[in-house]
Design a protein around this ligand. Structure first.
Ligand code: NAD
Length: 803
């Protein structure tokens, strides 16, 4: 007995190495030198450059890979373009079979993939073997299913074309799968650039897909440095760019693709909260936290890097955490008994260390357990920083290493406030045995994934992606597929723009009324004001703009809004954010009520349209009728599009909740003035957003006539704010405003480019038309699912239920 007890206390781990023989043999078979994978063949880089790839745990070189230059990117994009013709014409079932074959082949080579991934990245082989690679296979299986169901589930959609994809080094193969599987399932072809540190599993994957019989050119893999990524995303023959990486590079890519009519999704960084309430299962929470922050050396975009623990248990929790941290083992990636591997590169080590030093300079107490570190390689000890202000840089910025920042809170509302006190919004973890508290917190935290009493759960059936500066778009789930398709009615828009005008969005003073116009002004009895916070407000600049009919007749005057008015309107829209918490039924009732009140004034609104736009009386009436119908449509959907239950591999409930985006700035097209305004605003507010809307600059009076309709329909003050005036001048302020979460712009192509380029301020979602025609009377074009998707952020709430 005593011997057993002794063993129990002194038990130490011996090494449990995974063999690297097969991976080494694979590398040797390629003479440790790899070219580019284009058209299912290896192609030497045109400029003859290669990059060294090393093993961060051992500091040894593993191989040389091609560093693609612009001619190689050209060749890869042309191959993808050519293959697109046949790939997109395959039946969904044929594509499903290809994806299925890839999934099978990934499983066949699972061990080799896992070992190679760990050698290249430094991550524990236990993780690459049990998490990364199985998730890769699962992703292809799941998307084989979507490919099969494409016609029945997405009959109204078409593929985009050629997709350029750029991925980071922290989950090299998994990120590749998240990118390639949905693109292929929906009929696109791909050029993908892996991260320079970790290209090897992508190159093995190239062989795996060729072996699985994927036609040449459907997937092209171009290795290379950052410049290769920049050349890819700037290529003129892409239809979509999908990027995963840092927020800083995401910003650059948004700028580089602005105005090209390219669909863009950005999966960026995070600083995710890990919230522990005092009634949590503390042992579970400690294990969850260890996984949340030390999984993959903390080099995880959704790492739970900010611990928020309730004050009453903070001391005990931190003591337990330190004890647990002291038992973590660091070591070679191929040792199956280690918890933490090597960070990716000496430069990353240095960056992490700089952050820790910065934390110390900001007043942090540092805890790093006395752990045994391997003699060589990039091993950073698990680190805990306490005693920091919420505003400290280390508490706000992504560190991307095994560094946890801990803070405490007193009340649930303080926890939510702290959780949301960041520019990011990727994930959150909430620990409590009180289901109401956990769910309420999950609803209030701004993040794309929220894990209740769990952390780091992923599955192909649930979308993953961010709010705010964590990016936009989702990968996985039904929601992730839309990123790779567009409605069948919609043509690919390729704006042809010259140099951007330096004075875009400058305020142009309203033209003075000529004598002739002034003379025809006799019937005009009032100037419509702005509508802010439920009241009519004079424009800040005290200017008015004439409203002229197409033949030049003065039909009215409106306030000429400026930056200050937009800012006031944004403030009012923020104050009205309780609208998001209205019961959907109540939002529906208000939309119906608006429709009813508009209907009561149908003739008056029709006369206004006829007078203002010189439409025939019949056409004017049908525009009013279509607007009433549209209000009914969004009222009807207000309580029918809340989300879905996702069928993941988790035993438990995973709910995809459609949450409002927040404050949306809307710039309406010139015409049809009433119908487009109603179509856009009703869609946004139906899902709980509040809006600042710039109505048609040519025909704004239909919108200003709605003030009274809103007032008599119980619409809460500030839910809809209307600022008349110059569209581009005001949208410039809207898009650059950090408290606006999304901008919808239905102006010209140049404006679309400007809105996209300027949306980088807070990585705003931008939906722009580039001036393309849209039939607003058509149910698909004027009220399709596109409107719904632009109105929501999909949040996946994961609630495991146990065994
Ligand atoms: P990074 O942004 O430096 O690089 C990512 C990729 O972009 C690499 O392939 C790189 O070569 C390429 N690149 C760099 N500059 C480019 C440019 N100007 N144009 C085009 N491509 C360019 O990021 P990283 O250091 O490789 O990865 C870490 C970051 O990735 C972290 O911020 C992390 O949070 C984020 N990440 C996010 C997710 C997510 O799903 N949200 C997942 C994993 C990682």
């Amino acid at each position: 007995m005593s011997q057993i007890a002794e063993h129990f206390h002194t038990m130490t781990y011996g090494p449990a190495p995974e063999s690297d023989a097969a991976a080494v043999a694979w590398l040797d078979a390629h003479n440790r030198r790899f070219d580019l994978f284009i058209n299912n063949r290896w192609a030497a880089p045109a400029e003859g450059r290669y990059l060294a790839v090393s093993n961060p745990a051992r500091g040894e070189d593993l191989a040389q890979v091609a560093d693609a230059g612009p001619p190689d990117i050209d060749a890869a994009v042309s191959a993808a373009r050519e293959a697109y013709e046949t790939w997109s014409a395959l039946s969904p079932h044929q594509r499903a079979r290809h994806l299925y074959a890839i999934a099978r082949n990934v499983q066949k080579h699972a061990r080799l993939l896992a070992v190679l991934e760990s050698l290249d990245n430094g991550k524990p082989v236990r993780e690459s073997r049990d998490i990364d690679v199985p998730l890769v296979a699962r992703h292809f299986y799941h998307h084989a299913g979507w490919a099969q169901l494409l016609d029945s589930e997405f009959g109204d959609y078409q593929p985009l074309g050629v997709v350029g994809q750029v991925i980071p080094w922290n989950f090299p193969l998994l990120m590749l799968a998240w990118k390639i599987a949905p693109a292929l399932a929906t009929g696109n072809t791909v050029v993908i650039k892996p991260a320079p540190y970790t290209p090897l599993t992508a190159l093995l994957f190239a062989e795996i897909i060729a072996e699985a019989g994927l036609p040449p050119g459907v997937v092209n893999i171009v290795t290379g440095g950052d410049a290769a990524g920049a050349a890819l995303v700037a290529h003129d023959d892409l239809d979509k760019v999908a990027f995963t990486g840092s927020t800083a590079v995401g910003r650059i890519i948004r700028g580089a693709t602005a105005g090209k009519g390219i669909k863009l999704t950005l999966e960026l960084g995070g600083k995710s909260p890990f919230i522990v309430y005092d009634d949590a299962d503390l042992d579970g929470a400690i294990e969850g936290l260890i996984d949340a922050i030390f999984f993959n050396q903390g080099e995880v975009c959704c790492a739970g890097s900010r611990l928020l623990v309730q004050e009453s248990i903070a001391d005990e929790f931190l003591a337990r955490l330190k004890a647990r941290m002291s038992r973590l083992r660091l070591g070679d990636a191929l040792d199956k008994g280690i918890d933490i591997g090597a960070v990716i590169d000496p430069s990353q080590y240095e960056m992490i260390d700089q952050w820790v030093r910065r934390g110390i300079s900001e007043g942090a107490d540092v805890y790093q357990p006395e752990c045994e570190l391997p003699a060589s390689g990039c091993f950073y000890p698990p680190t805990l920083l306490t005693n920091l202000e919420a505003s400290a840089a280390v508490a706000q910025q992504e560190i991307f290493g095994p560094v946890l920042v801990a803070m405490s809170f007193r009340t649930p509302s303080e926890a939510v406030e702290l959780a949301n006190n960041t520019r990011y919004g990727l994930a959150a973890s909430v620990w409590s045995e009180n289901i109401s508290l956990a769910l309420e917190t999950a609803r209030q935290v701004k993040a794309g994934s929220v894990w209740i009493n769990s952390s780091n759960l992923f599955d192909a059936a649930a979308g993953f992606g961010g709010y705010r500066e964590s990016g936009y778009g989702r990968e996985g789930g039904r929601e992730g597929l839309y990123a790779y398709m567009r409605p069948k009615w919609q043509a690919r828009i390729k704006p042809q723009l010259g140099d951007p005008p330096a004075d875009w969005g400058a305020q142009v003073p309203p033209a003075p009324l000529g004598l002739e116009s002034a003379a025809s002004n006799s019937e005009i009895d009032r100037t419509a004001k702005l509508y802010i916070g439920g009241g009519q407000k004079r424009p800040d600049g005290n200017y008015t703009r004439p409203v002229l009919s197409p033949s030049g007749k003065l039909v009215g005057q409106v306030g000429d809004g400026n930056r200050k008015d937009i800012r006031n309107a944004v403030e009012a829209a923020h104050k009205a954010k309780n609208w998001a918490y209205y019961a959907p039924h109540n939002r529906a009732q208000i939309l119906y009520y608006i429709a009813e009140n508009l209907s009561a004034r149908r003739d008056e609104f029709a006369r206004r349209i006829a007078n203002m736009t010189e439409a025939t009386p019949a056409n004017a009436k049908s525009e009013v009728d279509a607007s009433i119908e549209r209000l009914f449509h969004w009222a009807a959907l207000a309580d029918k599009a809340g989300g879905t239950v996702q069928e993941t591999t988790l035993r438990g409930l995973v709910a995809a909740v459609n949450e409002p985006v927040g404050v949306i700035g809307i710039a309406c097209p010139d015409a049809p003035a009433l119908l487009a305004f109603v179509s856009l605003v009703a869609a946004a507010i139906s899902r709980g957003n509040t809006v600042v809307c710039i109505p048609s600059p040519l025909y704004p009076l239909s919108a200003t006539d709605l003030y009274q309709v809103f007032d008599t329909s119980d619409l809460p003050a500030g839910v809809v704010n209307i600022i008349t005036g110059e569209r581009d001048h005001m949208v410039k302020t809207l898009v650059e405003h950090d408290d606006v979460d999304g901008v919808w712009y239905f102006g010209d192509a140049e404006g679309g480019r400007q809105v996209e380029a300027r949306s980088v301020h807070n990585i705003k979602r931008a939906w722009v038309s580039y001036g393309a025609a849209r039939d607003w009377t058509d149910a698909r074009q004027g009220a399709g699912a596109e409107f719904l998707r632009e109105s929501v952020e999909v949040k996946n709430i994961w609630a495991p239920t146990g065994a």
